[in-house]
Design a protein around this ligand. Structure first.
Ligand SMILES: Cc1cc2nc3c(=O)[nH]c(=O)nc-3n(C[C@H](O)[C@H](O)[C@H](O)COP(=O)(O)OP(=O)(O)OC[C@H]3O[C@@H](n4cnc5c(N)ncnc54)[C@H](O)[C@@H]3O)c2cc1C
Length: 390
């Protein structure tokens, strides 16, 4: 595990103005902050948490994400974050099984990985302010600055920036509070829940195991010899009826025909709000949204972090140019975001629809079990690498 990254105090953060303030030090925010700082912009990265912090996630860092990190010299952050590599997907539903090859990825411990990316942002020249909640932001001084309202140590502060990047994740409210435009959350959207357990249950490394059933699905990967990451997407009504994500996860594993993981029923779980959500506007004056803040589709084999990192790399040159604001920069980010993120999400949308019905899913798993080649085009479409896009 990496040591906590060195941080700045709130008093030092609000005594000057910044070229770029990034809200949220997940993969999106840390990569964006590092890229802006490398271009010479005075960059402040703010997170409400202290590092290392936990995050509900399957921990599968996809092939395309590793390629992107390699392109910007951050490949070692992934390789230092503990995990096994994976190159297979094992789908199970109603006792039927299908095994598909996937482009090789790495299972990362999110505490270690996110800490390493925050470290890398600091090494590139960004300043990190932890334990500070960004509440909202407003443009002032004839629109020359955006002021971020931050609560830290029981006091409110205002931090001035030429450009603000919103990267506060799925549950973050900063972009909505700053633009007064709410996220659209799909009705009956599933919710996420996850845990990491010490377990010797029979889950081989190198494989993403996925159990689908009535009420959701469970992904299981081995991150180290001892530890399993269990991440789920669950039907809220069914979860309420059973009362605990561990109980529903156990039923899903059982009905799919995957080995039981006894530890999950007593483990500490962390949850998320409704998963499937869309943001209509990803840009406003001197404000750009990236990562999960810009919209969310349930990932299948490591796409969430890929989209977060891709959007972070693409937004950085626009944020740096925003020192001299031009309305065309907002239009450019909307276009680039649609091309780099939204256009790549349709295969996951298709899979999400298939996963909603366990009967339909069992039929698909049956076909894939007999003829795995049928699924290969979709799987390779999902994990196809990004070429250098700037
Ligand atoms: C159940 C589940 C399984 C998943 N499995 C995978 C997987 O296997 N592979 C994959 O690639 N993706 C997966 N994802 C998706 C992935 O976790 C996200 O897409 C990814 O973390 C997005 O990164 P981000 O930087 O946008 O947001 P986050 O990683 O959520 O980071 C947001 C940061 O903002 C901070 N923050 C929030 N609000 C504020 C505030 N007001 N002020 C200051 N800081 C704030 C938070 O503390 C956090 O550090 C999964 C998601 C779920 C729910």
């Amino acid at each position: 595990m990496n040591a906590a990254p060195a941080t700045l105090s709130i008093d030092r953060a609000d005594e000057r103005s910044w070229d770029v303030v990034v809200v949220g030090a997940g993969p999106a925010g840390s990569v964006a902050a590092g890229q802006c700082a490398r271009s010479g912009a005075r960059t402040l990265l703010i997170d409400k948490a202290s590092f290392p912090r936990t995050k509900v996630c399957g921990g599968c860092l996809g092939h395309a994400a590793i390629g992107l990190l390699d392109q910007i010299g951050l490949g070692p952050c992934a390789r230092r974050a503990e995990g096994f590599t994976y190159d297979r997907l094992h789908l199970a539903c109603r006792g039927l099984h299908a095994r598909l090859p996937v482009a090789p990825g790495i299972v990362v411990d999110r505490g270690a990985f996110d800490g390493a990316l925050a470290h890398a942002a600091i090494d590139s020249g960004a300043m990190l302010l932890c334990g500070a909640v960004a509440l909202d932001s407003r443009c002032e001084h004839d629109g020359e600055y955006r002021f971020v309202r931050v609560r830290a140590n029981g006091h409110e502060h205002r931090i001035a920036a030429r450009c603000v990047i919103a990267a506060d994740g799925l549950a973050g409210r900063f972009m909505t509070a700053s633009t007064e435009e709410p996220m659209t959350i799909r009705p009956a959207s599933r919710i996420g829940a996850g845990t990491v357990v010490d377990s010797s249950a029979a889950y081989e490394p190198g494989v993403i195991h996925m159990a689908v059933g009535r009420g959701g699905y469970v992904g299981v990967v081995r991150v180290s010899e001892r530890r399993l990451i269990v991440a789920t997407s669950l039907d809220a009504a069914r979860l309420r009826a059973l009362g605990h994500p561990g109980a529903l996860a156990r039923l899903l594993l059982d009905s799919a025909g995957l080995p039981p993981i006894n530890e999950i029923e007593h483990a500490k779980w962390k949850g998320t709000p409704g998963l499937t959500r869309r943001r209509r506007q990803v840009a406003a004056r001197r404000l750009l949204a990236i990562g999960d803040t810009s919209g969310y589709i349930e990932p299948i084999t490591g796409e969430g972090m890929t989209w977060a990192i891709a959007s972070a790399i693409a937004v950085a040159p626009i944020a740096v140019q925003a020192a001299e604001w031009d309305i065309r920069l907002a239009a450019r980010w909307r276009r680039d975001h649609a091309r780099i993120v939204r256009a790549r999400q349709w295969p996951c949308r298709l899979v999400r629809i298939a996963l909603k019905s366990d009967l339909f899913c069992a039929a698909v798993v049956g076909v894939l079990g007999a003829s795995p080649w049928v699924g290969r085009p979709l799987v390779s479409r999902i994990s196809r690498p990004y070429s250098a896009f700037q």
